[in-house]
Design a protein around this ligand. Structure first.
Ligand SMILES: [Zn+2]
Length: 528
């Protein structure tokens, strides 16, 4: 199979039907492609990044104008095919010059690994020994179709977690966070797959700023599977820094040495997508000490922080998920004010060019919550993208910070007072109350984004205090609602109405503490 010429990408069409397409069929006009359609959100996210990488590699716009042209009027499938075909030699699954995202050489390791281990949440050997395989049960996934195998391989190379000695992590570390610019459902720009991809392709002028050496033009400098792997053994191995590869290798990075056994003679139903396939894949071989990406790589689709030592670290999702608490940083961080954090290059590009755009777009954020070798959870969220006038940007950021910090305080008030209501000795009570925080943020999210939009208007005319005062009401209302619901739902036998009433009083006192009044600019004498 060739990933340019053969259909392998599962998509959903406007009329609701689904099918496999080639990458260049992305822009068919009759019954257009509206979304990716794999059975797993992390598979969809990996495919999205494959398509962005392919367009960036084979059809990068020279100027911003060219980029806007294709955003408004997509190229025809034939146009795209002409652009992709010269690169098809690098996209064979079993090619004479190398096989997509697989090691060029035979791997000298102990036999084969079951295909389920290619999935990122697959339990390691120790987990199986210790009977801890919670996500995937042994024997559940035995044989999968070529499309699912390719997507699983891609997902692993993009997200590779630490995998034991010498099993290298992805160029951005294990399970990085990605932030993409996507159309808003209510906006004029059609919310189809083409726009979701093309909005995140950079023009050549932005490409110049990417990490990597653009003078390295050998095919393997872009597609590392086309040459012997730059292995990273402790003795005799090497690291791979931005000086050793073309910038586009960031989209095609291959930290894991893998060779899939494609010819099995097995046919039947795929254990992941249920499709019938002539050729089902059941095993692969792998070896450690693959490409070790080190140094100042900066992948264009991820936000980065910079440490005191000057190291660039791709950001990762944290336990607790993605809430509006993360919005300011992910969507519009001002690196001039705080140069230790940088938005994804594609997001920063959008903020730069969108000042006089009418179009409203959103930020699509996703990534795993990884615990070392293990994927604990997949997080995904979309948030509004705003462009704020330069004259008020600093004040705007400060005010938004006040909104999120006070929301954090109130979430804490709810947790501690619900505990007070539930337990005779709250300090000794154990248990995870993070669901209260989650519920609090969900409850206030719509109001948060209304407040943020209000701020844009009211900062300009000096009445922003009203927004802060209103936000206090929002927080108080949500806190009391959640308190009343949960405080009353504790163990009935233990319920103590007097304790609940005292805790409720305390919640009001905390809500009107001097710290909160100052932060939200309430009149000093205001009382519950
Ligand atoms: Zn499948």
């Amino acid at each position: 199979m060739n990933l340019i010429n053969d259909p392998w990408i599962p998509v959903q069409l406007r009329d609701g039907t689904t099918k496999l397409i080639t990458p260049w069929q992305l822009t068919v006009t009759e019954n257009p492609v509206v979304a990716l359609d794999t059975v797993r959100p992390d598979f969809n996210a990996a495919l999205l990044q494959f398509l962005i990488g392919l367009l960036q590699t084979a059809a990068s716009p020279t100027t911003e104008e060219e980029w806007v042209d294709w955003l408004e009027t997509p190229p025809t499938p034939d146009d795209l095919k002409d652009r992709f075909t010269p690169y098809s030699y690098a996209f064979d699954l079993q090619g004479p010059h190398g096989s997509f995202m697989q090691d060029l050489n035979t791997l000298h390791n102990s036999g084969f690994t079951g295909i389920a281990q290619l999935l990122i949440e697959a339990p390691g050997d120790n987990a199986i020994k210790n009977n801890k395989d919670l996500f995937i049960k042994r024997g559940q996934i035995d044989a999968i179709c070529p499309s699912c195998t390719t997507i699983a391989l891609l997902t692993l190379q993009i997200n590779a977690p630490a995998g034991g000695q010498g099993h290298r992590t992805s160029l951005r570390g294990g399970g990085p966070l990605s932030t993409l610019v996507v159309p808003d459902e209510q906006a004029e720009l059609p919310d189809d797959l083409w726009r979701r991809v093309w909005l995140n392709v950079l023009s050549s002028s932005d490409m110049v700023a990417l990490s990597g050496d653009e003078n390295r033009l050998a095919p393997a400098a872009l597609f590392p599977w086309l040459a012997a792997t730059r292995t990273s053994e402790k003795t005799g191995g090497q690291e791979t820094t931005p000086l050793d590869a073309h910038p586009l290798q960031m989209y095609w990075a291959m930290p894991r040495r893998i060779r899939v056994e494609w010819d099995t003679g097995l046919s039947g139903q795929c254990d992941i997508c249920n499709a019938s396939a002539e050729n089902l894949i059941s095993q692969y071989s792998t070896q450690n000490y693959g490409i070790n990406y080190t140094g100042a790589w900066r992948h264009p689709l991820s936000p980065y922080s910079v440490t005191a030592n000057g190291d660039w670290l791709a950001q990762h999702a944290q336990p607790g998920g993605l809430t509006y608490q993360h919005w300011l940083r992910l969507a519009m961080h001002d690196s001039n004010q705080e140069p230790t954090y940088f938005n994804a290059i594609t997001v920063a590009r959008y903020l730069r060019i969108s000042k006089d755009w009418e179009e409203s777009l959103r930020l699509h954020v996703f990534g795993y919550d990884m615990e070392n070798m293990k994927a604990r959870c997949w997080y995904e969220a979309t948030f509004p993208l705003l462009t704020v006038h330069e004259a008020i940007r600093f004040e705007f950021s400060k005010r938004v910070q006040t909104l999120t910090e006070t929301a954090g305080e109130f979430a804490g008030f709810v947790r501690s007072t619900v505990k007070d209501a539930w337990f005779k000795r709250p300090k000794e009570a154990k248990g995870d109350l993070s669901f209260l925080t989650k519920s609090f943020y969900q409850n206030t999210e719509t109001d948060f984004f209304s407040a943020v939009r209000e701020l844009q208007i009211k900062l300009a005319n000096g009445t922003d205090r009203e927004v802060l005062n209103d936000w206090h009401q929002t927080l108080l209302k949500a806190a009391v609602t959640i308190f009343d619901y949960w405080a009353a739902s504790g163990d009935i036998a233990q319920a103590n109405p007097r304790r609940v009433a005292l805790a409720r009083n305390k919640l009001f006192q905390l809500a009107y503490s001097n710290k909160i009044k100052q932060a939200l600019q309430l009149p000093p004498k205001s009382k519950p």
